[in-house]
Design a protein around this ligand. Structure first.
Ligand code: HPA
Length: 252
């Protein structure tokens, strides 16, 4: 299987990659069940790239029902070694306003009941992967350098708080998360990052701030229209950013 230069997992509002040409679809059956959708493999310029819609291309899979294990296994099987998870998030920190792009460096997991490890087969080796730095430092640096070259503002670092969803949070929950040190809130950051580590993939998150989190700044009622409009605006910047990342040929 020819190696992929990059795999992209798209979140809410991102169901295909506009720069991807010559797309072949791979419907992959994994030992963990079916991924969220078929994986699109195509070209971005001279580079072979895979794209998978985390919630399915019709957005029918809620965050707690995403088969994160199958998604990452499928990308790994197709030859991915570098994976970027794109996640719509709410902004908690004052400088993380809607339409900001953030490359977080930490994560706190508030999810529960998700299948969050490949180490759950009786008799299989139990591994305690190091997760002190949950994202690949080299891939984060490559994303930030590409953003700089593309003239796209991207915030370096921040703590992603992963909630269970699918409901949004209460103001009190967000206040608690702020006290915990969270800068962003989203529903899909975990277990994706941990599973990527178990598979020894280089994984980084690109968080697109879609709204103020509950009770932050001028947050009123959070609507899907607001979320989708802000994600679309940020995605327009992400496309040249990731093309630049590929052209730099950084091997993370
Ligand atoms: N909370 C949780 N997940 C989200 C949010 C939010 O405010 N916005 C986009 N994804």
């Amino acid at each position: 299987m020819r190696a992929l230069a990059l795999a992209i997992i798209g979140g809410t509002g991102l169901y295909r990659w506009s720069g991807l040409t010559g797309i072949e679809r791979h419907a992959i059956d994994t030992p963990y069940g079916a991924p969220s959708d078929s994986v699109m493999v195509g070209q971005v310029g001279a580079h072979r790239v895979a794209f998978l819609a985390r919630h399915g291309e019709s957005h029918t899979i809620p965050p707690h029902r995403v088969n994160y294990r199958a998604n990452l296994w499928a990308l790994h099987h197709l030859g991915a070694r570098r994976v970027i998870g794109v996640n719509a998030v709410g902004g908690i920190r004052a400088d993380m306003a809607p339409r900001c792009i953030v490359v977080p460096d930490q994560i706190i997991d508030y999810t529960h009941g998700r299948l969050d490890s490949y180490c759950d087969v009786a008799g299989a080796e139990v591994r305690h992967v190091d997760f002190g730095e949950p994202y690949s430092a080299s891939l984060r640096a490559a994303v930030l350098a590409a953003a700089h070259r593309a003239g796209v503002a991207a915030i370096d670092g921040g703590c992603y708080g992963a909630t269970q969803g699918p409901r949004l949070e209460t103001r009190a929950e967000i206040e608690r998360m702020r006290r915990d040190g969270c800068d962003l809130v989203g529903m899909t950051g975990m277990p994706e990052a941990a599973l990527a580590r178990e598979l020894e993939l280089d994984y980084a998150c690109v968080a697109l701030v879609a709204n103020w989190a509950a009770g932050c700044a001028d947050a009123g009622e959070i609507t899907l229209d607001e979320v989708l409009a802000n994600v679309a605006a940020s995605t327009a910047q992400l496309v040249p950013l990731l093309s630049g990342l590929l052209d730099a040929g950084t091997t993370a």
